[in-house]
Design a protein. Structure first.
Length: 123
């Protein structure tokens, strides 16, 4: 699904403010964890990124929340192209640095997935 300019801006704004850029040691992941009162927003994310995962609701430490994750192939194919184009240091240096660190740490995985998407053998 292609996103319009508003959708792209909303997505990037959410991830700048609330997102986590990391991984599990094997594959990269982007995580968004927010209170259950934002359930409709998580539905919006799932409509636009149906291969991503939504977990919850969780109740932990007096907090009730959902957790949305795009990891591995879904992250590389569906989300990363948007983030690399839109999440720049000029928009938010701290978030851009976190994204760059994730991309660097998981560079081999990301390149393998991009090669597979393009039908090329691993370099």
């Amino acid at each position: 699904m292609s996103l319009n300019d508003f959708d792209r801006g909303l997505l990037v704004g959410l991830l700048i403010g609330e997102g986590s850029f990391g991984g599990d040691g094997r594959q990269p992941q982007v995580t968004l964890r927010m209170h259950t009162r934002h359930e409709a927003l998580f539905g919006w994310l799932m409509e636009r990124f149906p291969r991503s995962k939504l977990y919850g609701p969780y109740n932990h430490g007096g907090r009730s929340y959902y957790q949305w994750m795009a990891r591995g192939q879904v992250l590389v194919h569906d989300l990363l192209p948007i983030l690399e184009a839109e999440l720049t240091a000029g928009r938010d240096a701290h978030a851009a640095q976190r994204l760059d660190e994730m991309v660097e740490r998981y560079g081999a995985f990301i390149q393998r997935e991009r090669n597979r998407l393009e039908g090329r053998a691993d370099d």
